[in-house]
Design a protein around this ligand. Structure first.
Ligand SMILES: [Zn+2]
Length: 450
């Protein structure tokens, strides 16, 4: 199932989903190519490219790029103009070209081995991002908004590496600011010792989660039923890429907004775990629903299958441990989100750890299952339903709140042409949102008359 993720990631890198070939780095002869080739002939040279000039702490804006003099500098974020990968004997070199200087921070994570490159929010304008050959240290990579104000690049590794300090080269020869990051192969033991989240970042992350939870709590109203809509993936985690190029993260956000509108019109208090293209860690999604004491959480996703003929919507509830192979594979795919985005998984609440279900959770699980059945009844005839057992259970990290009934709806298969085309129409999105709203109505009506 990892293969599917890898394909989705590769497609996400290219933006459109089309896998076009990019000439190997080093074949062209521009300043970036030259930077990439530097040190190639000197394998015995010091590992860090310290002879390259370092950008001044406060550099002037690049000519012809970024904010022009006199404009509001805070209005538009720096632009990533290009990126290159140079694969050499002794190192793999990453070069990112930017319109403005930015502070870059790197660290490594294990299980799987990754390099995380953090920076302030930037806008990515990579026409055809470079693809690694797999011979160097880079297996694949992805980038995007991590959260508002922060962008992130996550590099999947083929082997343990040591990272050089990021180097900033000032504009020259028509190029903007270039950030150079070298990855040197290193010993497994050394990599493992040095890997992990920087302590201050960990603290900031915890603060951010606490703040989100507090904001959620302050929005807790009285009287009305609270529904949390959770559009899956987002930011640098694109989810599945459809045969028509549509990214799962965009589809589920659009449908989440539709559903929010429909539910608000029906009198519910609605909160979304994300209402823009940002990444939200899985435990944070669960925390938001719990803090709000939500009466129902609806997570929206779209599936993919190696068999392009598989179609239809399906609904997942939390598994009590027993799940078939297909459901387990789906859980593995959807639970990958935090790994894809380079989130710290070292806490006890790791979504990849086995999920333990206590007795108190049974009632919540029963309510979840009841809603899943109601929703399938309402959706039948409105959209194509998965032919074989459309209500399934799996160990999904986003459904683990012990006190919030929760379902994960796989709206359809982006790997199927008909499903992907359907899900790309406003007519389909409107009627599916309406059917889910009807199901919510029936669910709560039945719940109060018990
Ligand atoms: Zn998904």
């Amino acid at each position: 199932m990892f293969r599917i993720i890898a394909i989705a990631v590769a497609a996400a890198i290219l933006g459109t989903g089309a896998l076009t070939a990019v000439p190997a780095a080093g074949q062209s002869d521009d300043p970036i190519a030259r930077v990439l080739r530097q040190d190639q002939t000197a394998p015995g040279a010091p590992p860090s490219a310290t002879h390259l000039p370092v950008a001044p702490a406060k550099a002037p804006p690049a000519p012809g790029a970024g904010p022009s003099p006199g404009s509001n500098a805070g209005a538009s974020p720096p632009v990533v103009l290009s990126a290159r990968i140079g694969e050499h004997e002794d190192r793999t070199r990453f070069v990112i070209e930017l319109s403005d200087p930015v502070n870059i921070r790197t660290f490594t994570l294990t299980d799987p081995d990754r390099v995380v490159v953090d920076m302030p929010e930037v806008s990515w304008r990579l026409g055809a991002p470079p693809r690694p050959s797999g011979r160097g240290s880079v297996k694949s990579y992805r980038y995007g908004v991590f959260r508002k104000g922060n962008s992130r690049m996550v590099i999947d590794l083929t082997r343990p590496v040591r990272i050089s300090d990021p180097l900033m080269i000032p504009p020259a020869n028509g190029f903007g600011y270039r950030v150079v990051i070298d990855l040197f192969p290193t010993q497994r033991a050394k990599f493992n010792t040095e890997a992990g989240w920087p302590a201050d970042l960990k603290a900031r992350e915890t603060d951010a989660e606490r703040l989100t939870a507090l904001m959620a709590e302050s929005q807790k109203p009285t009287g009305r039923k609270v529904v949390v809509i959770d559009p899956g993936h987002g930011g640098l985690d694109s989810g599945t890429i459809g045969v028509n190029g549509m990214a799962e993260k965009d589809l589920v956000l659009a449908e989440g907004l539709n559903l929010a509108k429909a539910l608000k019109a029906a009198g519910y208090t609605v909160h979304m775990t994300r209402d823009s293209d940002v990444f939200v860690p899985l435990p944070q999604r669960v925390a938001i629903a719990r803090k709000l004491r939500a009466d129902l959480m609806i997570s929206l996703h779209a599936d993919s299958n190696p068999d392009p003929d598989v179609t239809g919507l399906s609904i997942y509830t939390l598994s009590d441990g027993r799940s078939d192979r297909e459901a387990a594979a789906l859980a593995k795919r959807e639970n990958q989100s935090d790994i894809i985005a380079g989130v710290d998984l070292s806490s006890a609440n790791s979504p990849v750890a086995p999920i333990l279900i206590d007795l108190a959770q049974r009632d919540t699980m029963n309510r979840s299952s009841r809603f899943a059945e109601t929703a399938l009844n309402q959706l039948d005839g409105v959209t194509d339903i998965l032919a074989r057992s459309p209500h399934r259970s799996a160990s999904l990290a986003v459904l683990v709140a012990p006190d919030v009934p929760a379902v994960l709806i796989e709206l359809g298969y982006l790997s199927n042409r008909a499903d992907a085309a359907r899900m790309n129409t406003q007519a389909w999105r409107t009627k599916v949102a309406k059917a889910i709203t009807n199901a919510v109505d029936r669910h709560f009506a039945a719940g109060t008359s018990r």
